[in-house]
Write a protein that binds this ligand. Sequence first.
Ligand code: ZN
Length: 152
Amino acid sequence: MTAALRELYQDVVFDHARTPRNRRRPARSSHQAQGHNPLCGDKVTVHLDVADGVIRDAAFEGEGCAIATASASLMTEALKGKPVEEAERLLEGFHHMVTDPQAAAHPELGKLEVLAGVREFPVRVKCATLAWHTFHAALHGGHAPVSTEDGQ
Ligand code: ZN
């Protein structure tokens, strides 16, 4: 990654951390779950409005570090309007991108690639994946609050 690209990515992450998109309690919400990353103190609640297999709306509430907040913000932007199946593929691609140092580029992730740099900081990976694990729990329901201490 070139220095200029790295800088651009950092700018996007800082922008989403400072001005998170979709940080709100939506009027309609068919699925929700809470997640907690005790290592850092990040807490997130993910709200989804799913109808006919499509994520009509995605939003989050909570407080976290810059990476956790930016990740939740970028995630909700990416999920909105996506068919559930496609959203689950994004989750897999994102997880792969931030955990595998050898990961190839993931063009399907689009803007989410700005978080690829966290894989160089293992402690930050859980901050970046918290919103995604919580999204998964919301989608599949019936889960206790997600904790990154459960091996995630
Ligand atoms: Zn964090």
